[in-house]
Design a protein around this ligand. Structure first.
Ligand SMILES: [Mg+2]
Length: 328
């Protein structure tokens, strides 16, 4: 549970144990009520009361995450990236429908300029279909070496502001700017500066979303596309989220969307009215994720490039290790 949700669940109910211990922070598991219903809470400060067994600690919660500890996340998404790079480098293509794809029946569209999108062309569509929809479009064979080089330049701009960068693709990334390197006072200002630097230095446009977590930041960057900036403040989460169709939630594709609709759940607001157990019955582990997303909760962290940090975060800490950390 992220900082945005003050810890109601931890108040005197059930058994609280910790499985992972950092110097000051722990991951807590709270077992509550009947069955094996438990919830996971990260980043609590706690003191160790005792050891239950080799991997479980009994702890006393010392400090619950405060609002001040809430993350500030930016999701940056380059607009029609490959097509925009082509239009930038080939001025004769500007203002015209451009489709980045090899021609041919077995090829798919890698990117479409906004002019081409007006004809219904979008990425991942078969190239033949795109050609029928927009015969006047210029087809450009993709040049990933060049796109990768531009992507690195974009990354260099991000690095001026934070080291906590999680790229999702060549054209999009999450940035955790809770503490940023330039000392700009707000995440909105950081996002505005990044967009301006991309425009000035690379002659490209990017859309950005600013929010307290990754899930909301990604929704936000899509909101004012292209060349837009949208900010979701903690107090605006419900107003933004509840009217959205459930299909906008991350991970809800056609199958889950249809299933939710069969249950009469069309909007995130509808989904919010459903308790956790029925969702878990129906969707298994993803049920919890749905339950949290409907409440604007997403405690997944921005993970730096490379497998190492991801791998390390999964290594269970040995007994020796936490005793080294915690013994007086
Ligand atoms: Mg993009």
């Amino acid at each position: 549970m992220p900082a945005s949700a003050p810890a109601p669940a931890l108040a005197g109910r059930g058994l609280v144990v910790a499985t992972q211990v950092w110097p000051q922070r722990v991951t807590l598991w709270q077992f509550s009520g009947a069955g094996n219903c438990f919830s996971k809470h990260r980043d609590y400060r706690a003191g160790v009361l005792g050891v239950l067994n080799g991997s479980l600690l009994l702890v006393r919660v010392l400090k619950i995450p405060a609002m001040a500890e809430m993350r500030k996340i930016i999701h940056v998404d380059m607009d029609a990236f490959y097509a925009s790079v082509e239009q930038r480098d080939h001025p004769e293509l500007r203002g015209k429908p451009v489709i980045v794809a090899w021609r041919g029946n077995r090829s798919v569209v890698c990117a479409a300029s906004y002019e081409a999108r007006g004809f219904g062309v979008h990425s991942a569509m078969p190239a033949g279909r795109a050609e029928r929809l927009c015969p006047q479009a210029t087809f450009v064979p993709p040049d990933f070496t060049r796109y990768r080089a531009v992507s690195c330049q974009v990354r260099e701009i991000f690095k001026r502001h934070t080291d906590l960068i999680e790229p999702l693709a060549l054209d999009e990334a999450y940035l955790d700017v809770t503490e940023n390197k330039t000392g700009l006072p707000t995440a909105t200002l950081v996002a505005r500066t990044i967009r301006e630097q991309i425009r000035q230095e690379l002659k490209l446009t990017a859309s950005a979303g600013v929010a307290p977590n990754k899930f909301l930041a990604k929704l936000a960057s899509d909101w004012r596309k292209p060349d837009g900036l949208f900010v979701i403040q903690p107090e605006d989460i419900d107003g933004f989220l509840l009217p959205l169709p459930v299909g906008r939630l991350s991970g809800v594709g056609k199958v889950t969307g249809d299933e939710l609709e069969k249950l009469g759940l069309k909007t995130v607001g509808d989904l919010r009215s459903v308790d956790l157990p029925p969702l878990e019955d129906r969707f298994g582990r993803y049920g919890r994720r749905l339950y949290e997303l409907a409440r604007g909760i997403d405690d997944t962290k921005v993970v730096r490039t490379g497998r190492r940090s991801r791998y390390r975060s999964r290594i269970p800490l040995s007994r020796t290790f936490y005793w080294q950390r915690w013994s007086p």
